[in-house]
Design a protein around this ligand. Structure first.
Ligand SMILES: C[S@@+](CC[C@H](N)C(=O)[O-])C[C@H]1O[C@@H](n2cnc3c(N)ncnc32)[C@H](O)[C@@H]1O
Length: 208
């Protein structure tokens, strides 16, 4: 289960080559992303603090799902533009349908076709519960969004702890394994203090 970070699960979709979890996120499970009990072990204020957003910054929430955390960041920081990016249009429809999202002028839902226009413009990227789903190409696209001074906060289910929720252990990484995958994909990665069921990494593309 742990060990070789290059030994990823079999993935049929070539666009997802390199991803540890073999299937894409099932949009039928989207209700789970809106379960408020998540905030007990993923406190939004802690995530905002980890992002350390400069005034007027642009944040891309990469793999935003239903935008649960993009909304919280956009509410906490009206000066920040929050681009809520997801590859599944049905997830973004759920986000757009939320009353909170409708009232936030600084929240911008986006599909991956927006990536070229956003290249080099993101002061920060948040990738929450998504690293295990990302193929190598998506990981490169994510890094290309950053400004020269920018960084990514990866927060994902920790394979090394007992958890009451989340994907099976062999579909996710432990913190060292995740950091090794990122290093292998051209990032430098620091392991930060974990959350109860999640590891936290701060990463920058090495060429930056
Ligand atoms: C487990 S959900 C997490 C959603 C959200 N970050 C949260 O924690 O509430 C993962 C999301 O990432 C999206 N995703 C996976 N790979 C992606 C990619 N390459 N580009 C954009 N979105 C992606 C999936 O569609 C899904 O909505």
């Amino acid at each position: 289960m742990h060990g070789d970070p290059n030994r990823h699960a079999h993935v049929d979709d070539p666009q997802r080559a390199g991803a540890k979890q073999p299937e894409r996120f099932d949009s039928k499970k989207a209700d789970r992303l809106d379960d408020p009990s998540r905030f007990e072990y993923l406190p939004p204020e802690k995530i905002v603090a980890l992002l350390d957003l400069p005034r007027g910054a642009t944040l891309v929430d990469f793999g935003t799902g239903t935008g649960t955390f993009a909304i919280r960041v956009a509410q906490a920081r009206p000066d920040v533009t929050v681009v809520a990016l997801d590859e599944q249009p049905e997830m973004l429809e759920r986000l757009r349908a939320k009353p909170a999202a409708k009232s936030l002028a600084n929240l911008k839902p986006a599909l991956p076709d927006r990536v070229p226009a956003l290249r080099g413009l993101a002061d920060r990227v948040l990738a929450l519960n998504v690293l295990h789903e990302l193929g190598d190409d998506a990981l490169a696209a994510l890094g290309s969004l950053l400004t020269v001074e920018g960084f990514v906060i990866f927060i994902d289910w920790n394979a090394d702890v007992d958890r009451p929720a989340g994907p099976p252990r062999d579909h996710v990484y432990g913190p060292r394994e995740a950091a090794q995958r990122l290093e292998h994909q051209g990032y430098s990665a620091e392991i930060l203090e974990p959350m109860p069921y999640h590891y936290v990494l701060r990463a920058r593309p090495k060429h930056v």
